[in-house]
Ligand binder design. Structure first.
Ligand code: SAM
Length: 438
């Protein structure tokens, strides 16, 4: 069978669903090898992310219809991918979904397999059945409706109430924006004008100073990106660096820096200063260096492979004016962009990660100059990784206090800011800013 959007999607889904591979990495490999036209690539991407996002919901729809064990590896991914199209892709007629599934089953099935008959029978039954949901009063109603494990839909409901939890979960299932940040070293107005001319139709972010949503993807293939005038970064992630107030000559430490999105932002604001970028994984620091070179800030940067929990063994007390801890986290704010996170993370992960995050934060306390600024951020919206860690850090360090901050468009009068995904249709993020007392 000729390679097309559906073969690329099915190959990728077989890797993700059957072998636990990461969707973004598997899909990028498959797309690179396939060299599909842009329209086909978009369809393949939609099929992969949509099917994974809605996997729990789709399994529920198919539950009563699959009567025997699905022995061949392609069967489950193909049924889920077809069900996704039936329920969520209005533009693809049901007839076409069935025809395409039939062709794929014949191509992927073993010789003499009757898998295509099985697929056809199940999909026809699914069309007759339509959507099924648990009783709205039952414990798994929201879980199935929004395709989140029960612990997660319960977690959102317990923290934000049912109505907001539904908004948060619906937002996590919506399409992510094509968000970019314009370099502070570039002429922003000119770049925006040129982006318009190139039909990217940039829309200013309501959240972050230099961020814009583009009307289409593909920016990384352009000179805007290659020449370092823009970079790809979510608007909530971009906001973190805005919590600092820079003079331009400071020594900054980025404790968890790879791939370097925020390192670059700090460096852009330090024409006469320097950023020291750490990461526990030496290999990932290559990305930080490459990104810094592309964005023209390599000369303001030094990198060091180091576990940030041991940073006081390498640096002097009070060595830094600014410290950023953009900590490793559960990624609970990124469910839209990384759809499989919802199925792989557990409540125990929140506790375990919170401990690592707090250890890193505690280690930083001794490295900050008196009156310096320490910013803590995560791309998680969990309480354990954020507010609870802030509380524990302040209890352990009475000489530190939260410091109110204002960004270009948002203010955090209490020194903490939690961006929930439904407020701006951005990633979920948490930012806290500390300084020393006295
Ligand atoms: C959320 S990511 C950082 C993203 C980055 N700040 C950016 O804006 O591009 C967290 C990073 O922390 C690193 N990391 C995990 N544990 C660490 C530790 N103990 N010390 C230093 N870095 C660590 C991970 O390898 C990962 O690259």
């Amino acid at each position: 069978m000729k390679t097309n959007a559906r073969t690329v999607a099915l190959d990728t889904l077989m890797k993700v669903i059957n072998q636990g591979s990461y969707s973004n990495i598997s899909l990028n490999h498959a797309l690179k090898a396939a060299k599909l036209p842009a329209e086909e690539s978009r369809l393949a991407t939609n099929l992969v992310y949509g099917t994974i996002q809605y996997q729990l919901y789709l399994e529920y729809q198919l539950r009563g219809l699959v009567k025997s064990r699905l022995k061949e590896a392609y069967l489950k991914p193909l049924l889920l991918m077809s069900a996704y199209q039936i329920f969520f892709l209005d533009k693809v007629p049901d007839r076409a979904v069935l025809d395409e599934a039939n062709k794929l089953a014949k191509a992927y099935g073993r010789p003499k397999s009757n898998g295509f008959r099985l697929v056809n029978g199940i999909l026809r039954a699914l069309l007759r059945q339509g959507e099924v949901l648990p009783d709205p009063a039952s414990g798994d109603y929201l879980s199935v409706k929004y395709s989140m494990p029960v612990w997660l839909s319960d977690y959102f409901t317990a923290n934000w109430g049912r109505s907001r939890a539904e908004k948060i979960m619906a937002s996590f299932n919506s399409k992510s924006k094509n968000e970019i940040r314009v370099s502070r070293l570039a002429d922003e107005q000119r770049v925006v004008r040129d982006l318009k001319k190139a039909h990217f139709d940039p829309k200013e972010s309501p959240l972050a100073a230099d961020s814009y949503a583009l009307s289409r993807g593909g920016i990384v293939m352009t000179d805007f990106f290659k020449d370092g005038e823009v970079t790809v970064q979510d608007e909530a992630a971009s906001l973190v660096a805005e919590a600092f107030e820079f003079k331009g000559n400071e020594q900054a430490l980025d404790a968890c820096s790879a791939p370097g999105g925020k390192t670059i932002q700090l460096a852009e604001q330090l024409p006469n200063g320097r950023v020291t970028a750490l990461d526990i994984h030496e290999k990932k620091l290559r990305l930080v260096k490459e990104n810094a070179a592309r964005m023209h800030v390599a000369d303001r940067l030094r990198v060091k492979a180091l576990d940030a929990r041991k940073a006081t063994e390498y640096f002097s007390a009070q060595e830094f004016d600014k410290i950023l801890v953009d900590a490793p986290c559960s990624g609970l704010g990124l469910l839209r962009r990384k759809p499989e996170i919802r199925y792989t993370k557990t409540a125990a992960d929140l506790e375990n990660l919170a401990k690592i995050q707090l250890d890193i934060l505690n280690e930083m306390a001794g490295l900050l100059k008196k009156g310096g600024e320490l910013v803590y951020s995560t791309c998680s919206i969990s309480v354990e990784e954020n507010e609870e860690n802030v509380r524990k850090f302040l209890a352990a360090h009475p000489d530190f206090a939260l410091k109110p901050f204002k960004t270009a468009k948002i203010s955090a009068p209490k020194g903490m800011l939690k961006i929930l995904p439904d407020s701006y249709n951005s990633d979920g993020f948490f930012i806290a800013k500390f300084t020393t007392r006295g």
